[in-house]
Design a protein around this ligand. Structure first.
Ligand code: DON
Length: 351
């Protein structure tokens, strides 16, 4: 048995060894997560990915929302926020783009907080549709009629679950919740909202179909309007990466320690992102990247590495399914290099 003096001496020597090995940044702020990666490694991989894919020109801006057609298709930003709140960025990360379908993740979290996961599951469901995100056919064909909270029909149904005395109160509740996940006040991009509200006949039709099947839980057109506003919230890549890091960090915003999303809801949200976050591109995404993610037609994708952090890429040109081409390539590359794939034993350190 070691006596007390020896234990103190050993602890002292161990402290000196550890502090001489750790970089300054890690000493200043010890990572909450034991697996949050080292800053230098992540920064190097982000730079590699930026250089490798900056000249990718495939894909096309969304044009069914007129505003999105005229966004500069060369914009390109990468942001990572880790669960110990390290922020690594490159490129156009200050440009504010519309969050679009990525909003659906956070409205889902808010609905789950209010109603509980089981009720939301019963009312909305969580089945991949295998069809385009705005498909009326899926609403008619699927026994749940909503598919999941990320296709437009399921997302409009989810938004209709948010309570409030009137539309304004419901909208404010949603926007405040997103802002808490980002750790700063977010606002509506009014031009996107007006552009989308003037052209969203398809979503209004979906809301009527949902009403026919009793799968919408407030006034259908009011719900579509609030949904259109939530899709028009402006975020830059860094803000969105912090919203993602909140999910990676068990629902706690890593910048301020606030528990924004209930920890027990996080696995349900992430599993739905894995199955349906990239719509009919979700299977290929899970196969190649193995991370829960969510795309938006604004050109953003957020991918979550649970316990580690979130990767956001913003680049407007989209593929056929409505997912940013460049964002998929960059996240695939970065997640691969950092061994983030959840299905790979390397993600927990196996060699
Ligand atoms: O309702 C819509 O069509 C858009 N506000 C959102 C669609 C979207 O982002 C699909 N994403 N890839």
């Amino acid at each position: 048995m070691l006596n007390r003096t020896w234990v103190v001496k050993l602890l002292f020597v161990a402290t000196i060894i550890v502090s001489s090995v750790l970089p300054m940044s890690a000493q200043a702020q010890a990572p909450r997560s034991p697996v949050a990666p080292r800053r230098e490694v992540v920064a190097a991989v982000v730079k590699e990915a930026y250089d490798k894919f900056k000249n990718e020109t495939r894909g096309k801006n969304a044009d069914y929302i007129p505003y999105l057609a005229q966004v500069d298709s060369k914009l390109f930003g990468i942001a990572i926020v880790t669960t110990d709140n390290q922020v690594i960025t490159m490129g156009d990360v200050k440009y504010s783009f519309s969050i679009q379908s990525i909003s659906k993740v956070y409205t889902l979290a808010l609905a789950m907080e209010a109603l509980g996961a089981d009720t939301v599951f019963q009312k909305v469901g969580s089945e991949p549709t295998g069809r385009p995100f705005n498909s009326p056919v899926a609403v008619v064909d699927m026994p749940t009629h909503t598919g999941n909270p990320f296709v437009n029909a399921g997302a409009i149904a989810t938004t209709s679950l948010i309570s409030g005395k009137d539309a304004d109160e419901k909208w404010t509740k949603i926007l405040d919740f997103y802002s808490r996940a980002a750790g700063e006040k977010l606002t509506l991009i009014d031009e996107v909202y007006k552009s989308e509200a003037a052209t969203n006949t398809g979503n209004k039709a979906l809301s009527m179909l949902l009403a026919k099947y009793e799968r919408i839980y407030a006034d259908p057109f009011e719900s579509v309007d609030i949904y259109t506003k939530q899709c028009s919230v402006g975020v830059n890549a860094s803000q969105l990466a912090r919203m993602g890091a909140t999910l990676a960090n068990n629902g706690i915003n890593p910048a301020n320690g606030e528990q924004v999303i209930k920890a027990e809801d996080v696995p349900h949200i992430l599993s739905t992102m894995m199955m349906a976050g990239l719509y009919d591109g979700s299977g290929g995404w899970a196969w190649h990247v193995g991370l829960p993610a969510k795309s938006g037609v604004g050109g953003g994708i957020v991918a979550i590495a649970p316990g580690k952090g979130a990767i956001v890429v913003f680049a407007p040109p989209l593929d056929e399914a409505g997912n940013s081409v460049k964002a998929q390539e960059v996240i695939d590359y970065v997640a691969g290099k950092l061994n983030y794939n959840l299905y790979s034993p390397a993600s927990v350190g196996w060699k």
